[in-house]
Design a protein around this ligand. Structure first.
Ligand code: MRU
Length: 337
């Protein structure tokens, strides 16, 4: 089985698998610059914190290949950064490409941007592999692991963050099983994590999000591992909505609750979870299921795409640079030292 890929870069052009169409169809979209890359990120055709950073970096590089100018650099950076607010990897990657481009001369602005985007992509791939190993060390005695959303190859540019930990655990030990939460409203767990695990041949069961706490309380789950979209300086973590409830259930049951992600997701400029901007998405995502209206039309909706889990509920943060545990300002800072 070929490795799962979310995006392909041929040196000039980026193609991404349209994740809104999975698992029904594996359709590749050819992207050309900042505007279409930003649109693909905003509608979740490309998604997952590290992956939107990589895509945005290539989007800006392609924009500069088409229009090698400082104006295009600033316009492209602005469009891309506005596409989604919560995952810091997006702004971080755009800023890295912008800095590399500003440091280049007019004739090399595009090649400098392309080279920086490729470096980001390669580093995220390597980070996935390293942190998966650290996470599997940490959870070595766990055989049934619960996860939320999709944090695999579709989300990271490498093998995965939280799902990378599950995959590594399954490679190392017999009898590892993943419990995947469906992840309402957009079903990243059902559509994407189940698709990845099935292709990888790793045993798993899919559950509705509301079943998670009861299974954790009954002792069915040995550990919970989730990804992250932004880690604040004090260790508070923003991740897909529903994550906080899993952390509360894990704490009540005395089960390990592990967050996995590359250090590109750490934002020391954000002091704590309350300062993280939480993306609010459209009402139709909640009002409809598979395109069918499931609530009276006109129903008022609150649809935060993410929630914040306080550091005090997190057993460990696993990154490519090692593990922060207990998770607090000092251990976060030491990961970046
Ligand atoms: O809205 P999404 O699908 O982009 O949300 C993704 C998540 O919340 C993931 O858990 C997170 O980005 C980590 S991906 C390694």
């Amino acid at each position: 089985m070929a490795a799962i890929q979310a995006l392909r870069w041929d040196g000039r052009r980026l193609s991404v698998v349209d994740q809104t169409l999975l698992p029904g169809a594996e359709t590749w979209l050819a992207l050309t610059g900042a505007a279409d890359t930003a649109a693909a990120i905003a509608r979740l055709a490309v998604r997952g914190a590290p992956n939107i950073g990589i895509a945005a970096a290539y989007g800006l590089a392609m924009e500069l290949s088409a229009r090698p100018s400082l104006g295009a650099l600033e316009e492209g950076a602005e469009i891309l950064m506005a596409s989604r607010p919560t995952a810091v990897n997006l702004a971080w990657a755009v800023e890295r490409v912008r800095t590399a481009a500003l440091g280049a001369g007019p004739s090399t602005i595009a090649s400098a941007a392309r080279s920086e985007a490729q470096k980001i992509h390669a580093a995220e791939d390597a980070a996935s592999a390293a942190l998966s190993g650290f996470g599997a060390d940490l959870l070595s005695s766990a055989r049934t692991v619960l996860t939320h959303c999709n944090t695999g190859a579709l989300a990271t540019g490498g093998r995965g963050s939280a799902l990378g930990v599950c995959i590594e655990l399954a490679e190392r030990h017999e009898g590892v099983r993943v419990i995947a939460c469906e992840t309402r409203p957009l079903l990243q767990g059902a559509r994407l994590t189940a698709w990845e695990l099935q292709r990888l041949g790793i045993p798993f069961s899919l559950i509705v999000d509301g079943a998670a706490a009861g299974l954790v309380r009954r002792g069915v789950v040995d550990g919970v591992v989730v990804g992250c979209d932004r880690v604040a300086a004090n260790g508070d973590v923003a991740n897909k909505v529903g994550t906080y409830a899993h952390a509360l259930a894990a704490r009540a049951a005395g089960v390990a609750f592990v967050v996995a992600g590359p250090t590109s997701t750490i934002d020391v400029g954000t002091p704590d979870g309350d300062a993280i901007e939480i993306e609010e998405r459209g009402a139709e995502e909640v009002l409809q299921f598979g395109g069918v209206l499931v609530a009276p039309s006109g129903t008022s909706v609150i649809n935060p795409a993410f929630d914040v889990t306080p550091a005090s509920l997190i057993s460990a943060l696993v990154t490519e640079k090692g593990v922060a545990s207990p998770l607090d300002a000092a251990s976060v800072a030491s990961l970046l030292a």
